[in-house]
Design a protein around this ligand. Structure first.
Ligand code: APR
Ligand code: PHB
Length: 390
């Protein structure tokens, strides 16, 4: 088989790039390890920056997002039993975010790829990347006992944190930066009306909590838990009890509870791999960087990689201009690190850290005091939350 761009990974990054390139007449093949049902079974954050939303529209995938997604102009921070509203719209010069589940984003991308007869191969095994430093790299994989080779001009590593692409870069070239937080988020999805129309981020001595939503009848809640906890330790009743404990009393009083239709624990991690290019392999999204979910930057920081790669590939194939490809890693990393900083800041400010020194605890309280009392600080938060420019 032959293609111009071979994309490893059929998550949102790989599918979005494939769709954008297709619309420019550039041929791609997407290789996905799992089935489509499996990929769509994963539940992830649901806050989209306006820049990501624009990219979805450009990919002709924005129709349902615009119809069913909810525009949010702000969110709340709860502390000491009180809600404080962060006005994103006012403080970011009129921007906002769209609350629309990442699973739905991925579903829309799959449907668009199908509509345009895009090549997305599922359930493939043993993906290996070859001759990446040459002008004609190739990818091999196994599918039903048959070994297949794809020859291409470029390989895109959009295969997530555990994928094979980043691992194909020689250790002497790759540098990895990592921070692992000493807690996780226990998340519950329930078919109940959300407790608040806008998200509530909760700082509480028993630990962070978050009230989010997917639709007027579907809620998503989280509580910070120790890494030693497992889902089996948390009955639905225990989860709702703990969440209520951390919420301001007036919010807890109107919380509607119900059976969890999904319950999982996610560890919190920050990670960046540099550079994001090796020869003709380009990393994008979770394959190159991970953020803790606190600032809702995960998918949004994948989106800027895709935007840069998309324009760089178009410039290469249509105009023979390689400046975008040559500058990709540095440009992508500059924005990635800003998303890392923001996620780290939100995470550090809002969580309860085990064995924290008294001094650090006071500073953490002061950081939050400052944010809640300063318009300048709220402008900075808003600028980052709605998404820094590409
Ligand atoms: N071969 C082929 N596909 C693979 C391989 C492999 N060796 N390893 C992993 N994959 C697939 C995974 O099954 C997954 O579907 O690559 C895909 C990567 O998708 P994601 O992990 O969703 O990563 P990405 O597309 O970069 O999405 C960005 O934003 O909010 C964050 O983490 C969140 O998924 C989200 C991300
Ligand atoms: C979610 O809806 O799952 C969600 C929202 C905001 C976050 C993290 C997760 O910061």
């Amino acid at each position: 088989m032959k293609t111009q761009v071979c994309i490893i990974g059929g998550g949102p990054s790989g599918l979005l790039l494939s769709q954008l390139l297709h619309l420019q007449g550039i041929d791609t093949i997407v290789l996905e390890k799992h089935s489509r049902e499996y990929v769509l079974g994963r539940i992830r954050a649901g806050v989209l920056e306006h820049g990501f939303a624009a990219l979805m529209r450009e990919a002709q995938c924005g129709e349902r997002m615009d119809r069913e997604g909810q525009i949010h102009h702000g969110f709340h921070i709860a502390r000491n039993g009180r809600l404080h509203r962060m006005d994103l719209h006012k403080h970011s010069g009129g921007n906002s975010v769209i609350v629309y589940g990442q699973t739905e984003v991925t579903r829309d991308l799959y449907e668009a790829r199908e509509r345009m007869q895009g090549a997305v191969l599922h359930d493939i095994e043993d993906v290996q990347l070859h001759d990446l430093a040459s002008g004609s790299p190739s990818v091999t994989f196994r599918r039903r006992d048959e070994v297949v080779r794809i020859e291409c001009r470029f390989v895109i590593g959009a295969d997530g944190f555990h994928g094979v692409s980043r691992k194909s870069i020689p250790r002497t070239v790759l540098r990895e930066y990592e921070k692992v937080y000493p807690f996780g988020w226990l998340g519950v999805l329930s078919r109940t009306p959300p407790v608040s129309e806008e998200l509530i981020y909760v700082q509480h001595e028993r630990g962070f909590a978050l009230c989010s939503l997917r639709s007027p009848v579907l809620s998503r809640y989280y509580v910070q838990v120790p890494l030693t906890d497992s889902v089996e330790d948390w009955s639905d009743d225990a989860f709702w009890g703990e969440l209520k404990h951390r919420l301001p009393a007036e919010v807890a009083a109107r919380l509607v509870t119900g059976p969890a239709i999904e319950k999982s624990i996610a560890p919190l991690r920050s990670f960046v791999a540099e550079p994001m290019r090796y020869g003709n392999l380009f990393l994008a999204g979770d394959a190159a960087h991970i953020v803790p979910p606190t600032g809702a930057r995960g998918l949004n920081s994948a989106a800027s990689d895709i935007q840069y790669l998309y324009h760089a590939m178009v410039a290469h194939f249509k105009r023979g201009d390689d400046s975008g490809l040559d500058g990709y890693s540095a440009k992508a990393l500059a924005r990635v690190w800003k998303a890392q900083r923001f996620s780290w800041w939100m995470t550090t400010m809002l969580h309860t850290f085990p064995q924290q020194a008294d001094y650090d605890q006071r500073l953490q309280q002061t950081e939050l005091d400052y944010l809640l009392s300063s318009e300048a600080a709220q402008r900075s938060l808003a600028e980052n939350y709605v998404g820094l420019p590409y």
